[in-house]
Design a protein around this ligand. Structure first.
Ligand SMILES: C[S@@+](CC[C@H](N)C(=O)[O-])C[C@H]1O[C@@H](n2cnc3c(N)ncnc32)[C@H](O)[C@@H]1O
Length: 258
């Protein structure tokens, strides 16, 4: 029922208005906790709340900080398992507000990319030890061929069309060095009733499910990935090294470039 209502709101173009209301509520309910967080973390330079809501669907500084640290530690363990250089060149595509990149080991050469120019500007001004670049909705990344040992994308393909998936996986292969690895988090595990019956039928048939009718790349534009589609389509000529791994509510695949 809830999914059907959301679908109707999506069709009527009402999702951005509902999302703005949700933001007001979230900002209000997290205000006291955020004030406490700033008292206990006096050096913390807070990201703009609207962009936090837009990317993470919450406005909690504590969650931004804690989940960023935990995710970075988990990611670094997988990068170090597959990339055998002391200072790997690591790219975060769809870095948002550098929630994760800022916590990666300082021995990494860190680069962030995002199609949200304001988020990129915020990162450039506030995050030390990394470089940030803006890219378009579609490729290419503003990076030379073979310039990274590892590239990760957390909850980025989850907001793109099938056409964008196909274009980006080629560009990711282009910017990875020979032997380079891609780490991607996808929407694969679904709870009962999460998809509408017609979406579930498509998912069960191994097809990508995309909920559009809002701006592509935004949080409310959602793609769901059947495992068979990832293996036979997105990664068809890649060497899958690990996956799917439960990864903070999504499923992580690690693959070596073709
Ligand atoms: C749900 S947020 C996740 C942010 C970050 N990866 C994290 O886990 O904290 C999705 C991010 O992907 C970015 N994005 C969406 N489409 C993109 C594209 N085509 N190229 C680069 N970034 C994109 C959005 O601007 C947003 O920052």
């Amino acid at each position: 029922m809830k999914q059907r209502l959301v679908s109707l709101a999506r069709g009527a173009g009402l999702l951005p208005a509902f999302d703005a209301l949700r933001f007001m509520r979230s900002k209000w309910t997290s205000a006291a906790e955020n004030a406490r967080f700033r008292e206990t973390h006096p050096d913390f330079d807070p990201p703009p709340l609207w962009w936090m809501h837009d990317m993470y669907r919450h406005t909690s500084y504590d969650l931004y900080w804690r989940t960023g640290q935990e995710t970075a530690a988990a990611l670094a363990s997988r990068i170090d398992a597959h990339v055998k250089t002391q200072s790997p060149r690591v790219a975060d595509w769809g870095c948002g507000l550098a929630r994760v990149l800022r916590h990666l080991p300082e021995r990494y050469k860190r680069t962030g990319f995002d199609y949200n120019a304001r988020a990129v500007n915020w990162c450039t001004d506030h995050i030390k030890g990394a470089q940030f670049f803006h890219n378009g909705l579609m490729p290419p990344l503003p990076a030379s061929n073979a310039s990274f040992d590892a590239l990760y994308a957390l909850s980025v393909f989850t907001h793109l069309s099938e056409e964008a998936h196909d274009a980006w996986i080629h560009d990711i292969a282009r910017v990875l060095a020979p032997g380079g690895v891609f780490l991607g988090a996808f929407h694969m595990k679904l709870s009962p009733g999460q998809l509408l019956p017609e979406e579930q039928a498509r998912f069960d048939a191994g097809k990508l499910v995309v909920r559009g009718r809002v701006k592509e790349g935004s949080r409310t534009y959602v793609a769901y990935h059947p495992e068979s589609w990832l293996r036979s389509h997105l990664f068809h000529n890649w060497e899958i090294l690990e996956g799917p791994i439960d990864f903070f509510g999504q499923s992580l695949f690690i693959a070596r470039r073709p």
